[in-house]
Design a protein around this ligand. Structure first.
Ligand SMILES: [Zn+2]
Length: 479
């Protein structure tokens, strides 16, 4: 067994993972390879596989035809840090406490939440099960210094070229390493994230003349000002300026630039998908950490709300024996990915305390396998800003009803997603008998998550360095 397995296993044990049996890392590694590809800011409905008419995603559509597609997969938050932390820990944001992206505590420098090293992460679990683990990271919110490299035997942060092509190349190089044992790869792609700077000729193809020119004012600066106008007004930081609402033509270009970014992502990931699919015994999980708003509900970007365009994300799973072309309509959550992977590689009994539920039954070819995923309520939450812990938004999806409890504004929104999938016509929560039960369920979840968080040491905030600050500004997280 390689030294890195031992180190990862020992670290896991030293970190107080009482739930992981001490002997597991000594066992001979066995089982299939696993790849988790997280696409930052990728809306499900902008992929051909999910019905989008523009040709944004030929490679992912190809994968989809050989994979299982989850039509209703939900992220636990609508921006990177809490959502990815939920994927990696199988815990709701309130439970893992990696919530704030910037915090200005009086008298202290700008700081940022860190993922507690008391938590079991997916890479740590797989490393302790004998996997060679490699992580390719591109988002500054979830760098190693903020606790997001736990369990990554090999870790790379691509600070320069972080295009999909570069991420795929780094991932392929790592996979080609001549090392024994099964592999777990986590690759994080940033392409559809703002600023929208698609490669040539995709920018022109999807957004028109100048679409790939980063100096074109309509590609970056103009939309940045629109985004900041909406965001600052929502947060009460500045008055809303009506002159900065894009007209129909400008909004079309904005969406076109986003589509071009998605197409660039698809083009850049295609080679890695081919490499992974050549491996006979490899599970590929494709997800997004959250989506993106294009003024559907008065805002742009992500992180401020819990509408479908933000939290309903793509989820494709390809692997040995998985039924090609199956579509699973039952809702699942991203916290389910971790226990599903453990289930698929046969080590689910070794780890406890995960909040998600395995949907591995939906990935196994069984004649007449109906009811593959038990119906249950889906939960998501987000702070009202990236900075403030108090007054979060919380969402419960129960059957066709979706309730958003907006403690920031002190109101509630209720939608019937069967009749109104775009959430345009809010129902009266006071006139809907199911709402009381949904509120009680939200309270039960909050109590459970707070109890879980209480087991952790005080959330650790790490001072933000100038390099991270510059990177976050370039991505519009901080002005
Ligand atoms: Zn993100």
């Amino acid at each position: 067994m390689r030294r890195s397995y031992l180190r990862a296993g020992l670290l896991a044990l030293l970190a107080g993972l009482a739930t992981a049996p001490a002997a597991c890392w000594r066992e001979r590694p066995a089982g299939p390879n696993v790849a988790l590809l997280i696409f930052d800011t990728l809306r499900a409905d902008r992929l051909g596989a999910y019905g989008y008419p523009r040709q944004t995603s030929p490679a992912l559509d190809r994968l989809c035809r050989q994979a299982v597609l989850f039509a209703a997969a939900y992220a636990q938050a609508s921006w990177t840090k809490p959502s990815v932390a939920s994927v990696l820990t199988s815990l709701d944001p309130t439970a893992h406490q990696a919530i704030a992206g910037r915090a200005i505590d009086e008298g202290t420098p700008l700081s940022i939440d860190s993922l507690s090293d008391e938590l079991l992460t997916l890479p740590t679990a797989l490393a302790s099960a004998g996997y060679r683990t490699g992580c390719i990271q591109t988002n500054p919110n979830i760098k190693a210094k903020y606790g997001f490299a736990q369990g990554c035997g090999d870790y790379q942060y691509l600070a320069g070229d972080n295009s999909a092509r570069a991420v795929s190349a780094a991932a392929s190089r790592w996979l080609e390493g001549d090392k024994p044992g099964p592999t777990f790869l986590y690759a994080h792609y940033m392409d559809p994230h703002m600023p929208y700077t698609p490669p040539h000729p995709l920018g022109e193809a999807f957004a028109g003349k100048g679409g790939s020119d980063p100096n074109d004012i309509y590609n970056v600066a103009f939309y940045r000002s629109i985004y900041n106008n909406v965001l600052n007004a929502n947060l009460g930081l500045a008055p809303f300026q009506p002159a900065l609402i894009p007209d129909a033509r400008q909004l079309r270009r904005w969406k076109g630039l986003y589509d071009a970014e998605v197409a660039g992502l698809d083009e850049g990931v295609s080679s890695l998908l081919s490499t992974l699919q050549r491996g006979k015994d490899t599970w590929i999980f494709v997800i997004a950490d959250h989506g993106e708003q294009h003024l559907e509900h008065g805002s742009m970007g992500h992180g401020q709300a819990l509408y479908e365009e933000l939290i309903r994300v793509p989820l494709l799973v390809y692997g040995p024996g998985a039924p090609a072309g199956r579509i699973v309509a039952e809702p699942v959550e991203l916290i389910d990915v971790f226990p599903t992977i453990l289930d698929l590689i046969g080590v689910q009994d070794r780890f406890h305390g995960l909040q998600g539920r395995s949907f591995a039954a939906a990935l196994r070819e069984r004649p007449g396998a109906a009811g593959r995923v038990a119906r249950r309520a889906i939960f998501a939450e987000v702070d009202d800003s990236h900075a403030v812990r108090a007054r979060p938004l919380r969402m419960l999806l129960s059957g066709r009803l979706k309730l958003i409890d907006n403690e920031f504004r002190g109101d509630r929104e209720l939608y019937d997603l069967d009749r109104d999938p775009a959430e345009r016509h809010a129902l009266d929560p006071n006139a809907t008998p199911e709402v009381q039960e949904m509120l009680e369920e939200l309270e039960t979840i909050r109590t459970r998550d707070r109890q879980r968080a209480a087991e952790l040491p005080t959330p650790r905030r790490v001072p933000m360095d100038s390099e991270t600050l510059r990177q976050l500004k370039s991505l519009n997280y901080i002005q």
